[in-house]
Design a protein. Structure first.
Length: 107
């Protein structure tokens, strides 16, 4: 998998296309919005790649959350609402990050 900077919206919309054992890296010095730059990197025990960790650090990104959790957050939101918009996916991610719990979507 190619290491590159992505938009957070792309990761949320395509979360299931990333390996479940990778992790989402985000900048901690700015508010996370759909256009926030990020990276999905391999941080598994047997796959710690120094190049990936250097890439994250050199781009001001830090470990935020595992992709397995991101995929579960997106799946949970989609199970509650058929056509989930990107802003709601972002809200669900932020809610989970802050509360360690899935968001309850009210129609």
């Amino acid at each position: 998998m190619e290491t590159k900077i992505l938009a957070l919206s792309d990761v949320l919309v395509n979360s299931n296309s990333f390996p479940w054992n990778f992790a989402l890296y985000l900048p901690f010095d700015e508010k996370w919005v759909t256009g926030t730059r990020c990276a999905v990197l391999d941080t598994s025990e047997c796959g710690k790649d120094e190049n990936d960790l250097h890439f994250a650090k050199s781009n001001g990104l830090e470990y935020a959350i595992g992709m397995q959790q991101v995929q579960a957050i997106v799946d949970n939101a989609k199970s509650q609402k058929k056509d989930v918009e990107i802003d709601l996916l972002l809200e669900a991610l932020l809610f989970y990050y802050d509360n360690d719990a899935f968001i309850s979507i009210k129609e």
